[in-house]
Design a protein around this ligand. Sequence first.
Ligand SMILES: C[S@@+](CC[C@H](N)C(=O)[O-])C[C@H]1O[C@@H](n2cnc3c(N)ncnc32)[C@H](O)[C@@H]1O
Length: 316
Amino acid sequence: MDKIIDNQTIMCGDVLERLKEIQSDSVNLIVTDPPYNLNKDYVKTQDRLDFDEYIEFSKKWLSECNRVLKKNGTIYVFMGMRYISYIYQILEKDMGFTFNSWITWFYTQGIGKTKGFSPRHDDILMFTKDAKKFTFNLDDIRVPQKFYRSINNMRGANPGNVWEFSHMHYCNANRQEHPTQKPEGLYERMILASSNEGDVVLDPFGGSGTCLRVCQNTNRKGISIELNPEYCKMTEERLKEPFNGFDSVDEKMTRCPNDLNDADVRQEYIYNHIKWFLMNHKDSIPDFLTEVKEKYLKKMIETGQTSIFQDYNIKI
Ligand SMILES: C[S@@+](CC[C@H](N)C(=O)[O-])C[C@H]1O[C@@H](n2cnc3c(N)ncnc32)[C@H](O)[C@@H]1O
C-alpha cells in the first residue's frame, strides 16, 4: 500500500514494476540518484550487476522515465564516473533527449588513494525532452554576489555547474541510516530550477527520501519508488519531521557582499538577502548576520541599523 504524506507519494517496490503504474506524460520533472553499480549494500539489492546487465537495466528504467515525462519536462540523473558516458549515450541516442548541463557535485572530502588521485566529485546529467520548451527558474536558484556594484545584478549570479556541498556526515542531525544519502541542497537547486509549485516530481530511486523531503518543503507533488521497505519507512518518518531548513546550504548563500557602504543600500540589501537566498534555510540566517556584523557593525551602529541583530538574537 502506497503512503501519501503532505502530497508526497512513497511507492515501495521494484522500479521496473512500479514505474509501469505511472501515467504516460504526467510528470514535470525527474530527479534521480540510481545505484551506480559500485557494490553498495542496499540490503535488498547488492548493486553488483554485470556490465551489460547494468546497461540493460538502465535502458529499461530510463525508457519508462521517457514515457512518463511530459513533453516540456526535464530529467536529472546522478552518476559515478564508471557509467556516466553510457548513461549520457542512452539519454541522447536512445531516448532522444537534449543535453543541457553536466553538473559536478564537488563533495570536498572522501576516500584517499595512494596510487592515483583521490575522487572528489560525482556528476549529474541534465537533459530536457524538448530543446527549447522547458522550465528554468534562474531567479529561484541564484547565489549572492561577492561585491556590491550598482552594475551587478544583486539578485544574484547563476550558480554555475560546479556545486560544492559536503557529503552527509554522520554528525549531521539529518543523517539517516542509508549508505548513499545525498544532501538536500543538491535536490533543492534542481527542483527549484526545473519545476514550479504544484508540479509533479518523480524520483525512481528514492532511498532515504531526500527528493520527497525537498518537494514537501517547496510545494511540489513528489513521487518516489524504493525497493527496500525499511528505506520507505525512513522516508515516511522523515516527512513527519518539523522543518527548520534544508540540511545543507551552499556556503555562498551566507556570504555578505563587500562594499555595502551606502547606508540605505546596505539596509535594503540585508533584508533582501534573507528573502532571496535564505527562505528555505532559516537556520543559516545567523551565519549570514554574523558575517554582516563582522563587515559592517561599526557603520551600522553609526547609522542606527542594528535592530536586525536583535531580531535574530545575534549579540553585538
Ligand atoms: C543511490 S541510492 C538513492 C539515495 C537517495 N538519493 C538519498 O538521498 O537517500 C539508490 C537507491 O535505489 C534503491 N534501488 C536499487 N535497486 C532498485 C530497484 N530495482 N527498484 C527500486 N529501488 C531500487 C536502493 O535501495 C537505494 O536506496
